[in-house]
Design a protein around this ligand. Structure first.
Ligand SMILES: *Cc1c(COP(=O)(O)O)cnc(C)c1O
Length: 412
C-alpha cells in the first residue's frame, strides 16, 4: 500500500473517529432524533435507549456499573466537575472562609486539572503541588508524604499526555481509600488503551474523553463511585437535574452513542492494539536512538504507555526541525501561548532545559498507524536532524569536544 502524506502522529491530541462509530451514530441524527429526556413518545424512548446502551458500554470498559457514569462534554468538563464538585461538597468551611480543605495534585497535570485547582486555591482551599522527579512518575510515596489530616481530595492523572508516563494510580487509590480521602484521576490517555477496573484500582472519580479513543469530539464521561464510599458532587451546571442532578442539559445523544460504541470497540480490540502499538513505538524510539547522537527519550524508561513517545534532539532548533518534517503531523515541546513560544511546562518541570524542550517532539500513534509510516518518520526525522546539525556551529563545537554549556558567551 502506498504511503499517504501527511502522516498523522498526534493521536494524543485527538484521534480519527472510527468509521464503525460514525455508522452507529447516523440513525440518531435523522431517525431516532428525539430528546433522551422526553418521556411521552417513542422518539424520546429510542434516544434514551441509545444513551443507556452507551452508558453500559462505557461502564463495561472500566468495570463500573452504568449508574456510575455521568456524561459530559469531554475530559475538561469531567475534570472540572470532579475537582470543583468534590472540593465544594466536602469543604470544611463555607464559601468565603479560609482553610476549607487540603487538595493534592501535581505540577505536570493537564491544564484541565491545574486550572480548576488554582481556582479552588482562590476560593480558600489549600493545594499541594507535587513536583515529580526527572522520570515524571508520581508515586504512592509522594502522595503519602503530602497527606495531612485536612486532606479531602487527591487528583493525579493516570498517564501524562505529553510524555506518556504511567503514575502509580492503583497504589495511590488504595492509599486514599485507607485514609478516607476522595481520589480522582484524569485517565484520558489511559482508558480505552489499557485495562481499567475502578474496583480493583480503587478509583472514586475518573475522567475520560471520546475523541481520544476514536469517538467523536465534544463528549466525555465522569465515573462517580456510588458505593464504598458513595461520592457526592456539587453540580457546576444546574437546570433540570439531568444526569442524577450532577450535570443538567439536553444530552448530546449522537455523541454519547458514538462514544459508547468507541468504548465497546476499545474493549474488544485493546489487547491486539496495545501489542501492535507497543512494537511500533519501540521501533521508533530504538531506531532514532541508534541512528542519531545526543537524543533522549523523555520520561521513565518502562512506565510509559505504548502510544506516546517524547523525544528530544540536541543541537537542532525546534522550529527548523518541525519545518523539516512537515509531512509528519505531531506536537513539539513548545506551547504557543499568545505571541511567544514557551517551552512546555511539563518538560520544564522535569528539568529539561528550554533549548532541549523546544527541540522535542511528541509522536503519538494510534489505531491506524502503519509500520510503513513509522519507517517514514524514522527516516524523515533522522535526515532533518542530521541536515540541521551540518548547519549548526554549536554542533561543530560539540564534535570538537568543547562543552558548549560551559562556554562563557561574550556580550556586546
Ligand atoms: C485531551 C486531554 C484532556 C482534555 O480533554 P477534552 O476532552 O479535549 O476536554 C484532559 N486531560 C488529558 C490528559 C488529555 O490528554
Amino acid at each position: 500500500m502506498a504511503l499517504k502524506l501527511p502522516i498523522y502522529m498526534d493521536n494524543a491530541a485527538t484521534t480519527r473517529t472510527d468509521p464503525r462509530v460514525v455508522e452507529a451514530m447516523l440513525p440518531y441524527f435523522t431517525e431516532k432524533f428525539g430528546n433522551a429526556a422526553s418521556r411521552n413518545h417513542v422518539f424520546g424512548w429510542d434516544a434514551e435507549d441509545g444513551v443507556e446502551t452507551a452508558r453500559e458500554q462505557a461502564a463495561a470498559l472500566v468495570g463500573a456499573s452504568s449508574k456510575e457514569i455521568i456524561w459530559t462534554s469531554g475530559s475538561t468538563e469531567s475534570n472540572n466537575l470532579a475537582i470543583k464538585g468534590a472540593a465544594r461538597m466536602y469543604a470544611k468551611g463555607p464559601e468565603g472562609t479560609k482553610n476549607r480543605g487540603h487538595i493534592i495534585t501535581c505540577v505536570i497535570e493537564h491544564k484541565a486539572v491545574l486550572d480548576p485547582c488554582k481556582r479552588l486555591e482562590r476560593e480558600g482551599f489549600d493545594v499541594t503541588w507535587i513536583s515529580p522527579p526527572a522520570d515524571g512518575v508520581v508515586t504512592r510515596q509522594m502522595i503519602a508524604d503530602a497527606i495531612r489530616p485536612d486532606t479531602i481530595l487527591v487528583s493525579i492523572m493516570w498517564v501524562n499526555n505529553e510524555i506518556g508516563t504511567i503514575n502509580e494510580v492503583p497504589e495511590i487509590g488504595k492509599l486514599c481509600h485507607e485514609k478516607g480521602i476522595i481520589f480522582h484521576t484524569d485517565a484520558t490517555q489511559w482508558v480505552g488503551k489499557m485495562p481499567t477496573d475502578v474496583e480493583r484500582d480503587c478509583i472514586d472519580l475518573m475522567s475520560w474523553s471520546s475523541h481520544k479513543i476514536y469517538g467523536p469530539k465534544g463528549v466525555g464521561a465522569l465515573y462517580v463511585r456510588r458505593r464504598n464510599p458513595r461520592v457526592r458532587l456539587e453540580a457546576i451546571i444546574d437546570g433540570g437535574g439531568h444526569e442524577r442532578g450532577m450535570r443538567s442539559g439536553t444530552l448530546n445523544v449522537t455523541g454519547v452513542v458514538g462514544f459508547g460504541k468507541a468504548c465497546e470497540l476499545c474493549r474488544e480490540g485493546m489487547d491486539a492494539d496495545r501489542e501492535r502499538l507497543y512494537s511500533l513505538k519501540q521501533k521508533l524510539e530504538r531506531e532514532l536512538l541508534s541512528r542519531l547522537e545526543v537524543v533522549q527519550v523523555n520520561g521513565h524508561a518502562d512506565r510509559r504507555v505504548p502510544h506516546i513517545a517524547n523525544i528530544s534532539f540536541g543541537y537542532v532548533e525546534g522550529e527548523s526541525l518541525l519545518m523539516g518534517i512537515k509531512d509528519i503531523a505531531c506536537s513539539s515541546g513548545s506551547a504557543c501561548t499568545s505571541a511567544s513560544l514557551e517551552p512546555s511546562y511539563v518538560l520544564k518541570n522535569l528539568g529539561i532545559g528550554d533549548e532541549l524542550a523546544h527541540s522535542s517532539l511528541r509522536l503519538s500513534i494510534g489505531r491506524w498507524t502503519t509500520e510503513a509510516e513509522i519507517d517514514y518518520a524514522i527516516q524523515a526525522i533522522e535526515k532533518s536532524v542530521q541536515h540541521l546539525r551540518t548547519l549548526s556551529p554549536l554542533w561543530d563545537l560539540f564534535k570538537e569536544g568543547i562543552d558548549v554549556s560551559k562556554i562563557e558567551w561574550q556580550s556586546h
